[in-house]
Design a protein around this ligand. Structure first.
Ligand SMILES: [Zn+2]
Length: 277
């Protein structure tokens, strides 16, 4: 996810409609043809649809310019996206687990396989549509191919479940649930890392180069990531002795303006060099 450029909402909404259709087709695979693997797969599809909506809403809100109550801009509202995904995925895990119930014998209709395949096809179309808008598409991390893999797992599990034993179908459901749990853990770790005021590699070096190329000596430099692609920080520098404070101020303004255009919001304090007389 990289914020700063607007996304094509219409493309993403069309993609989300295809995801919703895919989820509905899969849920029918459970209601009509009793496959629990396809049920769990369908629940994750519906979760992806809801997550997509939340990501679009929060990303749009994050693009608002700074105002009286958000002096640094609204960028971090975008974290409502991953937070929403975590809540939705956790709830889906609970719903899926509850509807799986204990592994009591049931019979799977082979047509559940077709539901899984059709649903997965619809989901694949959604991914391709989302890719038409590279920025929004990558913002919607939920548009992953892993959902397609889950679709294949549920299709195979339903087929084997209909041909051999319900246990295979049930195990397919458990496998997808396991993947969902892993995704929740991974997403949590990723979110905590991103909001931890992390100093992103490369950004500090870039600022350092910019300041040093203008003969400013760096006393301190701190940078933190607001959201991926957006940074804020502060620096204390010392200007060379032959430079007046006025001239140093002009240089610093040029640098901070340049950095601001590159999504880095840097505040610079100019110290007097005690060695200059
Ligand atoms: Zn505000």
């Amino acid at each position: 996810m990289s914020l700063g450029t607007s996304m094509n909402i219409r493309i993403l909404l069309v993609a989300l409609i295809f995801i919703f259709l895919g989820g509905t087709v899969k849920l029918m695979g459970f209601i009509l043809f009793s496959s629990k693997a396809v049920l769990v797969d369908g629940i994750t599809c519906v979760a992806a649809f809801l997550s997509g909506l939340i990501v679009i809403i929060t990303t749009r809100a994050a693009l608002k310019p700074p105002d009286v109550d958000h002096h640094y801009g609204h960028w971090r509202i975008a974290y409502g996206g991953p937070l929403g995904i975590l809540i939705i995925y956790s709830a889906s895990l609970g719903v899926a687990l509850a509807s799986m119930g204990f592994p009591e014998p049931y019979s799977v209709d082979v047509r559940a396989t077709y539901s899984a395949i059709l649903g997965t096809l619809l989901y694949s179309i959604a991914i391709l549509i989302a890719r038409l808008d590279p920025i929004g598409g990558s913002t919607l991390a939920v548009f992953g191919w892993s959902e397609v893999l889950e679709g294949l797992v549920s299709a195979i599990a339903a087929y084997a479940g209909a041909s051999y034993s319900y246990i295979i179908d049930y195990s397919g459901g458990i496998l997808i649930l396991g993947y969902l749990l892993v995704a929740i853990l991974r997403e949590s770790r990723d979110l905590i890392f991103k909001i931890s005021d992390v100093a992103v590699e490369g950004i500090e070096e870039r600022i350092r180069e910019e300041l040093e190329s203008r003969k400013l000596k760096i006393i301190s430099l701190r940078v933190r990531m607001l959201v991926p692609g957006r940074y804020a920080g502060d620096a204390t520098v010392v200007a060379p002795c032959n430079l007046s404070l006025e001239a140093a101020n002009i240089i610093v303004d040029e640098i901070t303006d340049f950095l601001k255009r590159n999504n880095i919001d840097l505040t610079v304090h100019i110290d007097k060099d005690p060695k200059c007389s």
